[in-house]
Design a protein around this ligand. Structure first.
Ligand SMILES: [Cu+2]
Length: 340
């Protein structure tokens, strides 16, 4: 499940309030019947039609069954008098048992194929390409054409325009699924799968890994933010920029701790010496709504807990618990807060 509910005191603290609010707002379980994307709308319509057909067929079968039971209760004589000829029995069996099901199943099959081909590709040329790489248990994100824009667990897309997604994995099989925007696409080792999404309405949508990939599979979410093209372009430009050097002394001390405490060996902060590739790029960490792939809102409190002992929060995670003094932790939090 989605662990987005943080204690109020944590959510209230400091400048992270808006991101936390945003994170909490997406707490609702996304449903394929609450479609907000072009592909998902067609899939939802297909789902409703097939459900209606299934209910209708079931209703008819039950009605015929009940009529048959009622008949058995009549006297043999009445039944004899009412019974049709042998050929009318055969007509019933062939008509209701063979021809009608064939027509219904064929129609459902053809409609499914039409929806499949309609969602196979975007209706117009995609306006952006996002490369998404699955890791146990987080999502690495690159924006093509803005190649220095690297982030994790959150993508922004312009609303009302198709976006191409190139999906691959660094380890095991994962599956990318935004239930409200499109169907699932697997991320397969040694292969690149391509899909697309188009959000019809602005909003924050939750994506999740839809293929069991290890103990923390359920904590592998990604946030999709669909916004107008001006906000989208500004966001991409900001993600592409290197980190600005911290101004205040606490944050500067934090940058030193970051370099000294092995963080830099696994994480990249562009514009600094930190160029690790094992964990998420942290250059603009403070702009993200969540940390640890949707597990917690990105607040100072949650970050402090995560850095103090990530394996206690997300057992199995590669990030170790790194011993440090409380002053070092506070400095580190000050530094991470400047990564906007
Ligand atoms: Cu996964």
């Amino acid at each position: 499940m989605y662990h987005m509910r943080a204690p109020r005191s944590i959510v209230r603290d400091g400048s992270s309030m808006n991101v936390a609010r945003q994170a909490l707002a997406m707490n609702a379980v996304p449903s394929i019947f609450d479609a907000r994307g072009l592909g998902a709308e067609r899939i939802a319509a297909l789902g409703w039609v097939l459900t209606a057909v299934a209910i209708a067929v079931c209703g008819i079968v039950v009605a015929v069954l009940l009529a048959g039971i009622a008949r058995r209760h009549r006297t043999a004589a009445q039944a004899e008098a009412q019974a049709g000829s042998e050929s009318s029995h055969v007509r019933w069996i062939v008509g209701a048992g063979v021809i009608a099901p064939t027509i219904v199943l064929l129609a459902a099959f053809v409609y499914t194929l039409l929806v499949q081909s309609a969602v196979a590709g975007p209706p117009t040329t995609p306006v952006a390409t996002i490369v998404i790489i699955g890791h146990t248990w987080w999502w690495e994100v690159h924006y093509r054409g803005a190649d220095s824009a690297v982030t994790a667990n959150e993508i922004h897309v312009p609303v009302g325009r198709p976006v191409r997604l190139e999906l691959s994995t660094a380890d095991v099989i994962h599956s990318f699924w935004v239930p409200q925007l499109a169907g699932k696409t697997d991320l397969i080792p040694g292969q690149e799968n391509v899909t697309w999404i188009e959000a019809r309405r602005p909003g924050t949508y939750r994506a999740e890994c839809a293929e069991y990939c290890g103990t923390q599979h359920a904590n592998m979410d990604l946030t999709v933010v669909a916004e107008d093209s001006a906000h989208y372009a500004a966001w991409v430009a900001n993600q592409a920029a290197p980190a600005t050097a911290p101004a205040d002394s606490v944050a500067r001390a934090g940058a030193v701790v970051f370099a000294a405490k092995a963080c830099a060996g696994c994480h990249t902060v562009r514009g600094t010496q930190a160029a690790g590739r094992i964990g998420p790029d942290l250059t603009h960490l403070a702009t993200r709504a969540t940390i640890a792939a949707g597990m917690m809102p990105n607040t100072r409190g949650a970050l402090g807990g995560w850095i103090s002992n990530a394996p206690a929060i997300k057992p199995g995670v590669i990030m170790p618990s790194i011993p440090m003094s409380s002053n070092e932790l506070l400095a580190l939090l000050g530094y991470l807060g400047t990564l906007r």
